[in-house]
Design a protein around this ligand. Structure first.
Ligand SMILES: *Cc1c(COP(=O)(O)O)cnc(C)c1O
Length: 403
């Protein structure tokens, strides 16, 4: 047995989150050739299925919808689900209850948050800063938000943000973890710099929530958004969330005021009057089937401290880097993810010219990561269900594939 295989066994034996894997539906060794049992390293694109979800969805469909029908809006708690599930996500992102509402896609919530931030910043501030390396949808939406609100959009890298801030800055949209490189940005320092300039900080947590501590309240983040189908395992297209800091809720003027965010939704009144608190971020009728699948999926977090998740995430990515260094010929791949823990999310991105072809062959052998054009191999490490033996095997199959 190789030294790394033995090391993986030891790390797995000492892993306090090990039992969490049983809460997920994953391949077993018999699904693949003996040496290539499935290793799922794409939880940063679509989290695996928590085992409790199918039964819950069946109940929601057959009993709540099929038997109770419209009574379920009250009796099954459908109406209040967006805030209730927001409160379930809150501890994972360091937020006290009453500040997060679940619904709509991340893209739509980026729009609500940015326009809301610009409106709160006031008329004198005519610039909107956006991370130039952002996931494309955030950049597209920011451009439209700037055009609609008559602001100028300035794309800058996160490192350039402090120097780009001025009395003209209304708001800044940043990603906590870069989706491509896995780089973790300094949320406390950047938020403080944005505030010093008198602007609002809007954070996209898609690649950090569920993988590492976020601490929104502690660092005074103004608004934040995130998806729930990556590290939160909510299922394909599960609804996103919007965080508005409590002190700002009364000033949050949503660009999408729907009847669901009205102070009295069933008053059916002609004039809009916004609800107070988190419900102000709602728009229309919530997508109940996806939302309640997400609620069930969040049960896997019961009793899981985010700090333990972070510690395991770093141990997994450290071990993967060690295995890659050992198995893969030097110079065959270039690591784009920072080695420093303080700058690393929960993924490893490796660059090589034939990345598309390499990932295709890896997936054929049961090691599932993803390819990001033009030349990036991306491996996501979900601490709740990825183990160290998985990591060793993935690196070994990668080396054979690159061979
Ligand atoms: C995954 C992701 C999104 C996804 O947006 P949707 O509207 O849910 O499709 C947005 N932003 C970032 C940074 C992401 O990583």
């Amino acid at each position: 047995m190789s030294e790394l295989v033995m090391r993986a066994e030891k790390l797995d034996a000492a892993d306090e989150l090990r039992g969490k894997r049983d809460g997920f539906v994953l391949d077993t060794a018999s699904d693949h050739a003996a040496d290539a049992a499935g290793v799922y390293l794409d939880g940063n694109s679509l989290g695996a299925l928590p085992a409790v979800v199918p039964g819950r969805v069946e109940d929601v469909v057959r009993r709540q919808w099929g038997e109770l029908r419209i009574r379920s809006w009250e009796e099954s708690g459908w109406w209040t689900a967006p805030e209730r599930i927001g409160d379930r996500i809150a501890p994972l992102v360091g937020a006290a209850a009453g500040q997060i509402v679940v619904g709509d896609s991340t893209s739509v919530n980026v729009f609500k948050a940015l326009v809301g931030a610009v409106r709160m910043a006031g008329d004198g501030r005519d610039e909107l800063l956006v991370d130039a390396t952002t996931f494309p949808t955030d950049g597209y939406i920011a451009e439209s938000a700037a055009r609609m609100t008559g602001r100028t959009l300035r794309p800058v890298t996160p490192a350039e943000v402090p120097g780009a801030l001025s009395g003209r800055t209304a708001a800044v949209l940043l990603n906590h973890v870069d989706y491509r490189t896995g780089r973790l940005h300094d949320l406390p320092a950047l938020t403080a710099a944005v505030h010093e300039a008198g602007a609002l900080a809007v954070w996209d947590l898609c690649h950090s929530a569920g993988a590492l501590p976020v601490e929104l309240d502690e660092h005074g983040v103004d608004l934040a958004v995130g998806c729930t189908y990556k590290y939160l395992n909510g299922g394909p297209g599960s609804p996103a969330y919007l965080y508005v800091r409590r002190e700002l809720q009364d000033r949050f003027d949503s660009p999408l005021p729907g009847w669901n965010s009205h102070a009295e939704p069933f008053g059916m009144r002609g004039a809009y009057e916004p609800a107070s608190g988190a419900p102000r971020g709602r728009v229309g009728t919530p997508d109940i089937l996806s939302m309640l699948a997400l609620e069930a999926a969040l049960e896997v977090w019961d009793g899981v401290p985010v700090e333990a998740v972070r510690a395991k995430s770093l141990a997994l990515t450290d071990f993967f880097l060690q295995c890659v260094a050992e198995y893969v010929p030097e110079g065959r791949v270039e690591c784009l993810t920072p080695v420093a823990h303080a700058e690393r999310g929960s993924q490893i991105a490796l660059r090589c010219d034939d990345a598309g072809e390499v990932m295709k062959r890896l997936i054929e052998r049961g090691v599932v990561g993803d390819f990001r054009a033009p030349d990036v191999l991306r491996f996501g490490f979900t601490p709740l269900y990825v183990g160290f033996a998985d990591v060793e095997r993935a690196a070994r199959v990668l080396a054979e594939t690159l061979g």
